[in-house]
Ligand binder design. Structure first.
Ligand code: 5GP
Ligand code: MG
Length: 463
């Protein structure tokens, strides 16, 4: 287990990322265009910047920019990205690091030609590895994991790129779901704990597609083959697909928060439909924390499946109470607290006609800082709601995450600094109930390599 000093150092020093990655090797296809569509399907995983690097076997081209996938890529830009190979990235980042230098994919020149990478995850021993590289005389342009990853690979021992990938990446402790692009090949690698998802699919019989979530594969007309295994190294080329190395995998690593919040409900993660896990979590929440109310109301969209589950189990009517604007981004993703505060008001409109003088069960997927829920309760009170029984479809979020959830300091976690009673008062709820960790695990069901639940119980997989 890691102790707190380890966590504090690494969480404070550098941006954390929970991103979306996509890659495609498909002769006869416009790979960059399909990557653009794939990134749209992964937009929920990051809204700060987006990028695509493509290759037509001769030349490698790159387009990156700040903002949403749709804002970065115009028809002209997509046309600059010729070729049958492409990788893409949507980035989530935190304060101070919202700059173009940190946008991915990262592309560097090497003795093997251009080498680009898209990375999802967070390296726990980033600081150590960075110091070692700097000591050896290397320069680093950015503060992000992906640049460090490419440099580690280039400088590792090995007679060819495959060996360098194995030797370079096995030094890393932490979460990495990676797609590399060279002029004529893709390499796909997942850390030995399998912390972040990574799925492999096929397209048009002859092409291959890789993505953070199954929904992105399906949205470009591909079909899912399987998950990339924890510790697996895959090469994709004209010869087909080959697993050329397998690190000894470790159990207990898959991030349970992917089921709670990160992944899209329609995605299938570890053979489990995320929507089903959320629905079930709501049902169990109703059993663990019943309430008397006129309606069950969700905080859309991430709380909706759990709210429906709560309604099914309790028999209380599910009613839409907050209408969410489709055109305002995820508030949590906005880097400063001020924008976060405003964002919630811009994003939700209460349906006063249904809410006035009513008692409601309000269901959300999680409370982290407590910002979202405080503002929502305020809006609901203004709309005349009488009683608010807040139910959260995951346990109290009490611990830092150094593997990709954007939390940096203990004092920003409301469940760490306040008791349940204090939280209730602070956010203005009449009652509060969290789903137990046992309940959440039951909702998710058996996951082949086991789950990381560090944010809830401080048990981290990496030693
Ligand atoms: P809070 O406002 O309490 O800090 O965050 C909780 C709310 O943000 C919930 O409504 C949840 O759906 C969403 N959320 C929870 N964790 C994350 C995260 O890591 N990233 C983003 N973008 N949103 C989150
Ligand atoms: Mg939410």
């Amino acid at each position: 287990m890691l102790d707190d000093s380890y966590l504090a150092t690494d969480c404070d020093n550098k941006p954390q990322e929970s991103c979306g990655v996509f890659g495609i090797f498909a002769p006869q296809e416009d790979a960059a265009r399909l990557t653009f569509y794939g990134l749209l399907a992964l937009q929920h995983r990051g809204q700060e910047s987006a990028g695509i690097v493509s290759s037509d076997f001769k030349q490698v081209n790159s387009v990156k920019g700040m903002g949403l996938v749709n804002q970065v890529f115009t028809e002209t830009k997509i046309k600059q990205l010729a070729g049958a190979l492409a990788i893409g990235h949507t980035r989530y980042s935190t304060a101070g690091s919202s700059v173009i230098e940190n946008a991915q994919p990262t592309l560097l020149d090497s003795s093997y030609g251009p080498l680009a990478v898209s990375h999802n995850g967070n390296l726990a021993n980033y600081t150590e590895l960075r110091q070692e590289l700097l000591k050896k005389g290397h320069c680093l342009n950015s503060q992000i994991d992906s640049e460090l990853i490419v440099r580690l690979v280039i400088e590792a021992h090995g007679r060819n790129l495959k060996q360098k990938l194995v030797n370079g990446l096995s030094q890393i402790k932490g979460a990495y779901s990676l797609i590399f692009l060279t002029k004529n090949k893709l390499y796909v690698v997942r850390d030995r704990w399998g912390i972040r998802p990574l799925i492999l699919g096929q397209i048009n019989g002859r092409g291959w597609v890789i993505a953070s979530e199954s929904t992105a594969i399906e949205s470009v007309g591909g079909h899912v083959i399987r998950e990339v295994k924890p510790g697996e190294f895959i090469e994709i080329s004209y010869k087909g697909i080959e697993t050329f190395h397998q690190l000894k995998s470790k159990s207990g690593g898959f991030c349970i928060f992917e089921y709670v919040y990160f992944s899209k409900p329609e995605s299938i993660v570890n053979n489990k439909l995320v929507y089903s896990a959320r629905l079930k979590s709501g049902q169990l929440l109703a059993r663990e924390h019943p309430a008397q109310a006129d309606y069950v109301i969700s905080v859309p969209d991430s709380g909706t499946a759990a709210a429906l589950g709560y309604a099914q189990e309790s028999g209380i009517i599910f009613q839409e109470g907050l209408i969410k604007s489709r055109y305002v981004g995820r508030t949590f993703i906005q880097p400063t607290q001020r924008i976060r505060d405003l964002g919630v008001r811009l994003k939700f409109s209460p349906l006063q006609r249904f809410l006035k003088n009513k008692s409601i069960v309000l269901v959300d997927d999680s409370v982290v800082r407590g910002t979202t829920i405080t503002q929502i309760i305020h809006l609901l009170r203004e709309a005349g709601v009488k009683n608010i029984h807040l139910r959260i479809a995951s346990p109290p979020f009490k611990n830092l995450c150094f593997l990709g959830i954007d939390v940096h300091r203990y004092d920003e976690l409301i469940a760490q600094t306040h008791t349940g009673q204090e939280i209730m008062q602070k956010i203005g709820a009449d009652s509060l109930g969290y789903l137990s960790l046992t309940g959440l695990k039951q909702a998710v069901g058996r996951v082949k390599h086991g789950l990381c639940t560090g944010c809830f119980n401080k048990k981290y997989p990496i030693v």
